[in-house]
Design a protein around this ligand. Structure first.
Ligand SMILES: *[C@@H]1O[C@H](CO)[C@@H](O)[C@H](O)[C@H]1NC(C)=O
Ligand SMILES: *[C@@H]1O[C@H](CO)[C@@H](O)[C@H](O)[C@H]1NC(C)=O
Ligand SMILES: *[C@@H]1O[C@H](CO)[C@@H](O)[C@H](O)[C@H]1NC(C)=O
Length: 368
């Protein structure tokens, strides 16, 4: 068994180095301009590389860890454990158009962020990314002791040997929901949880999933907009107002010399095949491959434009972790029915899987 495994791997690395040498030869032989082109591309990469424009490449050296050895994955995301038979979804690497993404180096991260606190704030998509981040770190230092702290509003995992804290603060809307006499009120212009947030060294925000929830799943009864309390409101307008309240909080409160602020772009779902030009498909259940190329048939969701617009009006620096398009291409990366509750989930993402790449992009930003 063991020999077979080693043998397989060495064939692999032989193939990889052959491909690398081969493509180098192609570049070197593509005329006089070959070398100059490479140099220009290198310079461009430092000055002006958009890490978020690119495409998915099959790469046998992925995934970055074995999900069965990460004890922190919820049943909702633990696709292999719940029987997902195809595994190629684990083996794609994001290749930006004009540069290379650094590989996630967990030990390097733990050293650089010694003594620091990193907090993810948002809905279950934040949880998705948080668990992936913890698995990425845990895989590199499996014997490091981890202290887990939980309370109603947040959980934290402290990698004791490095003093690095990863925290998750659950907030569906970022703005507040308050229990009042008339019922639960979503307050579009109130944000009261920030006292804890502003103490962090890195903040990774996200909100979107809940803004269109209606019926029994909607966690509020009224929405307060300025001095008006309403039964409902145009949801995209509400999203913009909530984000604007958040943006004002950042501008007024965050100290950019201490705290880096990141906003995770809209995470797409895959329930409508028309969006990827497969009319009639109503979920991600049969998807085993990413879309090729860099463009998504349906374009960006409207919420992405609202988010970009709000961010562009801010005074303090906020990095947009712009994962929308690259995730739209990953119709294969959702749990679908391979999760612990048996429902069809084309909203969240398998761990290991796509959120690891989000964290690779986050890492690239945090070390830059
Ligand atoms: C959670 O812990 C923090 C810090 O220890 C504390 O300020 C906060 O009140 C706690 N929240 C709950 C709901 O217990
Ligand atoms: C609500 O606010 C608007 C403008 O902010 C103001 O003109 C209006 O008088 C207020 N209405 C009430 C009932 O306070
Ligand atoms: C969409 O699908 C149809 C039918 O398979 C195909 O003919 C067409 O070229 C596709 N369009 C794009 C933009 O991929």
């Amino acid at each position: 068994m063991k020999t077979g495994f080693t043998f397989g791997r060495s064939i692999c690395s032989f193939l990889v180095s052959t491909i690398v040498v081969f493509s180098y030869l192609v570049l070197a032989n593509s005329g006089h301009l070959g070398k100059d082109t490479i140099r220009v591309r290198d310079r461009k990469q430092k000055v002006n590389c958009n890490m978020y424009q690119g495409s998915w490449i099959f790469d046998n050296s992925y995934p970055l860890y074995d999900s069965s050895s990460c004890p922190f994955i919820r049943k909702e995301f633990n696709c292999l454990k719940y029987g997902r038979p195809d595994k190629s979804y684990l083996k794609y690497r994001w290749q930006p158009m004009n540069c290379n993404l650094p590989r996630f180096d967990a030990k390097d991260f733990l050293r650089r962020y010694k003594g620091k606190k990193i907090m993810f704030i948002g809905d279950s998509v934040s949880l998705n990314q948080y668990e992936s981040f913890i698995c990425l770190l845990h895989a590199a230092v499996p014997h490091s002791t981890i202290t887990v702290q939980l309370n109603d509003s947040y959980s934290s995992m402290i990698f004791n040997d490095y003093g690095v804290s990863l925290m998750l603060f659950s907030s569906h809307y970022l703005v507040d929901i308050k229990n009042e006499k008339i019922g639960r009120v979503l307050k579009l212009d109130s944000l009261k949880n920030g006292d804890l947030w502003k103490e962090m060294d890195v903040l990774v925000f996200n909100t979107w999933l809940w803004w269109y929830r209606r019926g029994p799943k909607q966690p509020w009864d009224y929405v307060q907009d300025g001095n008006q309390t309403l039964k409902d409101i145009d949801r995209m307008v509400a999203f913009r107002k909530g984000l604007t309240t958040w943006a004002k909080w950042v501008d007024a409160t965050v100290n950019p010399s201490k705290t880096k602020v990141i906003f995770q772009g809209i995470s797409p779902s895959h329930y409508n095949g028309m969006e990827w030009n497969e009319t009639g498909v109503t979920n991600c259940g049969k998807e085993t491959k990413p879309l090729s190329g860099s463009l998504y048939y349906a374009g960006l969701p409207k919420a992405s434009y609202v988010l970009k617009d709000v961010l562009s009006g801010m005074r303090k620096p906020v990095h947009l972790l712009d994962i929308t398009t690259l995730s739209q291409l990953r119709k294969d990366a959702h749990p679908s029915s391979f999760n612990g509750f048996k429902g069809m989930d084309c909203t969240h993402w398998c761990v290991a899987g796509l959120p690891d790449i989000w964290n690779q992009l986050l890492y690239a930003f945090l070390i830059s």
